[in-house]
Design a protein around this ligand. Structure first.
Ligand code: DGL
Length: 257
């Protein structure tokens, strides 16, 4: 089925571009509109009610742009608000959740680590999923401060290194063999994380799985028939860091939403 409307993608900030990138690679014909709600980042410290309200505000903006499908490129927003979004709007939503399943299923040490925001780790949805793996020891770690540093463009800072070291060393000591990145900002930290983790510990994030799920949902919603224009990025904060993380290749518009 043909449907040339855009795909809408939102996150609390620039991190969801890791998901956007996986979608854009798999589905290059699709036009994408990305919304970075950086003014309100981080979502991870906010209450469920606040996260639901912000997610609805972002959805309203994307629906005004006539999006055919919304990707919630934020674990915190998905785990706290996806049920409310699906109940309120008719448009299909794709969410992102920490990839516990592949880690738990393949772990040999029966011990996995999850780095995510407080909002994700405390959510009912996350805990329901984690409960399914009673035989696996799940070491949960809140990534305090990481999102703010990424939003400030301080990925390579000394502070980042120190924070990562303090979060990852206890997981290494606990003998994890998988590290799940449960926040869409964290794939940008993979080079730094690799410097700390021994080689046998595998790192997983959910980008490709979300892209494949998007492709699957488009089978019902409709694909673009041909290359459908350049991706558009909106931010309600300064566009500099978002532009940089995209390699200064795309149009980034500043808009108050
Ligand atoms: N990128 C987000 C996530 O996947 C949210 C980070 C935040 O705003 O705290 O959880």
């Amino acid at each position: 089925m043909e449907n040339n409307k855009p795909i809408g993608i939102f996150d609390s900030g620039i991190g969801g571009t890791s998901i956007w990138s996986a979608i854009h690679q798999l589905l290059p014909n699709e036009k994408t509109i990305y919304l970075a709600d950086s003014k309100n980042a981080p979502y991870g410290q906010k209450s469920k009610a606040e996260i639901v309200a912000l997610s609805m505000k972002n959805t309203d903006f994307l629906l005004e742009m006539d999006c055919k499908l919304i990707v919630v490129a934020c674990n915190t927003a998905t785990t706290n608000a996806i049920l409310e979004l699906r109940a309120k709007y008719d448009v299909p939503f794709i969410g992102i959740e920490p990839a516990i399943k592949p880690a738990a299923t393949n772990s040999r040490t029966q011990t996995i680590g999850i780095l995510a925001t407080k909002g994700t780790l405390n959510s009912e949805l996350f805990n329901k999923t984690a409960e399914k793996y009673q035989d696996i020891k799940i070491i949960e770690q809140i990534g305090h401060g990481l999102v703010q540093l990424i939003e400030n463009g301080e990925i390579d800072s000394v502070e980042m290194k120190q924070l990562l070291y303090s979060y990852l060393v206890p997981m290494i000591d606990a003998n994890i063999d998988y590290l799940v990145l449960g926040c869409s900002h964290y794939p940008y930290l993979i080079p730094q994380i690799k410097k700390i983790l021994p080689e046998h510990i595998k790192i997983i994030d959910s980008g490709e799985a979300v892209a494949r799920q998007t492709q699957k949902v488009l089978e019902n919603v409709g694909f673009s028939s041909k290359r459908n224009g350049e991706p558009v990025f909106y931010t309600n904060s300064n566009s500099k860091v978002l532009s940089e993380i995209l390699g200064n290749q795309y149009k980034v518009l500043e808009k108050d939403f």
